[in-house]
Ligand binder design. Structure first.
Ligand code: MN
Length: 307
């Protein structure tokens, strides 16, 4: 039995990928490909028509006519990109990002920054880009400059406060609350101006964010977008990332000075050893002021310290 379906250019790509292992080595005019799979011959025409012939024709065609078209690895990110308004990078946007979540020592810093269209060129000139491409010293000097140019709200949760909140708020809910609060404060700061969009560097699925943000007193839910690697989609996220990272680095520096030991970022073996020294000096009360105690590093440090 023959089945003929019509597919879009995008779907054709998926068909090609899918049937690639079954391609027949023959060139037929006006076709994208001819394949044979489980006794079914699939002929895809450049017009978008696809003919299925043979034993499983109906079944095979049904795979492509139902709404659940097999997805490729890239469709998720592509879908995310398309949810952003057109020319998003050129719009006036609030971006927000956090730093310190994965580091045992140091605070959790969340920043929301507003970048007006008119400031885009200047920010580029000041060197604002993906902070992962920047050295710590560059981050600190760029942050200093942009703090004077753009409106922003920076929230810093020191370890002691983090440790007090953490048992009741999980890490994700805490971050949602902080992003929301930073954005809310910034919206008030720039009013009556309104951003054309709000972009959060994605740290949790959108449904999760929305679930937790509803628990907040003043949830911001309008024109809000989520995307991973947000700094690649608008300079506002890059700016927010730089400001929060600079603040995080400054806090680590302060901690190092207070303790007289270089306090590392991250959550590796170095952190265990520094934590052990702190425990030996002042016990868990002292460590509570510098580290996020729920990390596994705490137990490792106790063992090293012989506690
Ligand atoms: Mn981030």
């Amino acid at each position: 039995m023959n089945q003929v379906i019509k597919v879009s250019a995008q779907e054709m790509k998926k068909l090609k990928e899918n049937y690639h292992p079954f391609f027949l080595n023959k060139s037929v005019p006006y076709t994208e490909f001819v394949a044979k799979k489980n006794g079914t011959t699939i002929t895809a025409y450049t017009s978008g028509k696809v003919m299925f012939q043979g034993a499983n024709a109906e079944q095979e065609a049904a795979r492509w006519t139902s709404s659940t078209v097999p997805t490729t690895k890239n469709t998720k990110t592509k879908k995310n990109v398309t949810t952003l308004p057109k020319n998003f990078a050129q719009l006036s946007v609030i971006g927000s990002d956090e730093v310190g979540n994965g580091s045992y020592f140091g605070p959790l810093c969340v920043c929301a920054a507003y970048v007006d269209r008119a400031h885009l060129a200047l920010l580029k000139e000041l060197g604002v880009r993906d902070s992962k491409e920047l050295k710590d010293s560059q981050i600190i000097s760029i942050a200093k400059n942009i703090r004077e140019v753009i409106p922003y709200q920076l929230l810093v949760v020191p370890p002691k406060k983090y440790n007090a909140i953490q048992p009741t708020y999980n890490a994700v809910r805490m971050k949602v609350a902080l992003h929301n609060q930073a954005i809310q404060l910034l919206l008030k700061q720039i009013a009556p101006k309104k951003p054309e969009g709000i972009l959060i560097d994605q740290f949790t699925p959108e449904v999760n964010y929305k679930k937790y943000v509803r628990l907040e007193k003043e949830p911001v839910q309008e024109k809000i977008f989520f995307i991973t690697k947000g700094e690649h989609y608008h300079l506002a996220v890059a700016a927010a990332s730089i400001i929060s990272r600079a603040s995080f680095l400054e806090e680590l520096d302060k901690a190092s000075n207070e303790l007289g030991i270089p306090v590392p970022s991250g959550a590796g073996a170095k952190s265990d050893h520094v934590a052990a020294k702190i425990l030996q000096r002042g016990g868990i009360d002292l460590l509570n002021q510098y580290a996020k105690l729920h990390f596994a590093n705490t137990e490792k440090a106790k063992r090293i310290a012989g506690l």
